[in-house]
Write a protein that binds this ligand. Structure first.
Ligand code: MN
Length: 489
């Protein structure tokens, strides 16, 4: 990429502490000749797009805003997208808009802010964005956020067409918010500038109520969201197939080959991976969030791959398969795998509308506790093990979570609507039991040590039961072997 060291870059564009490029607006750029400055103002075609259609989710975002409006009548609601975060010097981390903002607007642009202002019985919504760069004042090519550097933006008129709400210049928003009167709430944690402008008007308690409402609003997915979830899962299925096809290359290199292979699929078909891929070969499978992915991949061991593609609209899959690297489970691997499979079957069967969220966890844990007692790893009876939670030395984590725009979606929802809540059609969650025998666990026979198995699928609650969105990936041990044999050719 081009930077300050590039000899083509005029010396005066080097960012200094005293005078960051972003602040050098409205002319007077030392070292730029008047002739060049004048020359750069003109000779640019009008590229305004006149035939834009609304984004596909526009009618759904309108319904979501209507629900929010009804919950907070008469109050100004401020939902920021967030700002770029510096990685080093003038490079930034890849930007991901806040889910609250993307959910309500359909837009994902840095520095964007959605404002819902009380009007009549409801609210008037405005999306605040950085408009197209001004060619007259030089910001187009001299400012770090100039379109010449970061690419063409939508004009505010284009944004209105795309998102179905009026659009305004975000640079004027902080002042407007400072001057505004009346009750206001902001989604915190994304935009320090906007929060500072509202500092003496908001309280943490009231802002938290807004955040909780938006988290709970996402518990039940609408039709558009379910379609996006399926897209995310379908791409993820292809990513898993990609990985099986290159296991020999991973054996020749490291887990990184698996990570890179899945990432390629995620970037080509979606926006990104939904979370750091866990590419855990051999004993790494017993580390729940193994994302270093720098270990050896060995024939005869298992690969635990936990990965998900995120769609362009931010919906992510979250799928795990535990695969024999050489294509065949050995006897002990199969025994442990089949136990986890049985636990997952029991868990999936417990995902029912009207049932408790907790039911699938309890169903899976019971099966795993039974197996551990049966294998002599923990003393029965099973009821005692479950009551004391003794199975958890090897089952380690909860059996699943809500899934959507965040991999652990709806995290701010209250206990009574989520963890202690009741399942409803349109909810989407993972069922992911596992068994993990740490390499240094001397309470289990030596041959168990270093084996970790998890199977994770994405389950939609339907009117009459559930649908496994990731059913295209085989789960039963014999079907996994057949599938791998076919892919490896
Ligand atoms: Mn998960």
């Amino acid at each position: 990429m081009s930077d300050a060291l590039n000899p083509e870059t005029p010396e005066e564009l080097v960012e200094t502490e005293e005078e960051p490029i972003k602040q050098r607006k409205n002319g007077l750029y030392p070292g730029v000749s008047d002739e060049l400055a004048e020359n750069m103002k003109s000779g640019w075609a009008d590229t305004e797009l006149h035939d834009l259609q609304p984004v596909p989710q526009a009618k759904h975002t309108a319904a979501r805003r209507a629900a929010l409006s009804a919950r907070f009548p008469g109050e100004r609601l401020v939902i920021p997208a967030g700002n770029l975060k510096t990685r080093s010097n003038d490079t930034e981390y890849a930007f991901r808009a806040s889910v609250e903002y993307a959910y309500l607007s359909g837009n994902q642009t840095e520095d964007g802010v959605l404002v819902m202002e009380p009007a009549g019985e409801g609210h008037k919504t405005t999306i605040y964005l950085l408009p197209r760069s001004d060619r007259e004042n030089g910001e187009f090519w001299l400012d770090g956020q100039g379109e010449l550097w970061v690419g063409r933006r939508n004009s505010l008129t284009e944004a209105e067409r795309l998102y179905g709400v009026p659009a305004s210049d975000v640079r004027e928003l902080a002042d407007a918010l400072r001057e505004a009167t009346g009750p206001v709430r902001v989604v915190r944690g994304y935009d320090a500038g906007i929060e500072a402008a509202l500092a003496d008007k908001v309280t943490a308690e009231r802002d938290e109520e807004l955040r909780v409402f938006l988290s709970e609003a996402r518990l039940v997915k609408d039709e558009f969201e379910v379609g996006e979830m399926q897209k995310a899962v379908d791409s993820t299925v292809r990513g898993f197939e990609d990985v099986v096809k290159v296991l020999d290359k991973a054996e020749a290199t490291s887990e990184r080959y698996i990570e890179g292979t899945f990432f390629l699929r995620a970037r080509v078909e979606g926006n990104d991976i939904g979370y750091g891929s866990i590419c855990a070969a051999g004993p790494h499978a017993t580390t729940l969030h193994w994302v270093r992915n720098d270990g050896a991949v060995r024939s005869g061991e298992l690969l635990l791959l936990d990965a998900g593609v995120e769609t362009h609209t931010y919906y992510t899959a979250d799928v795990t398969r535990t695969l024999p690297i050489n294509g065949r489970f050995d006897e002990l691997q199969k025994k442990i795998y089949d136990a986890v499979y049985e636990a997952q079957e029991a868990g999936i069967a417990a995902v029912q509308p009207g049932g408790k969220f907790r039911d699938f966890h309890d169903a899976s844990q019971r099966v795993l506790a039974e197996k551990l007692v049966e294998w002599g790893l923990v003393e029965g009876p099973v009821e005692r093990v479950l009551e004391l939670g003794l199975q958890r030395r090897w089952t380690l984590h909860g059996t699943g979570h809500m899934l959507g725009m965040d991999v652990h979606d709806c995290a701010a929802a209250r206990r009574e609507t989520y963890v202690d809540g009741t399942l409803e059609p349109g909810m989407c969650l993972t069922v992911e039991p596992g068994l993990y025998f740490q390499a240094d666990d001397i309470t289990v026979p030596e041959e168990y040590r270093g084996i970790g198995v998890r199977i994770e699928d994405d389950i939609l609650v339907t009117e009459d039961g559930n649908r496994n969105l990731s059913a295209a990936l085989p789960r039963r041990s014999d079907e996994v072997e057949l599938w791998m044999a076919k892919l490896k050719g």
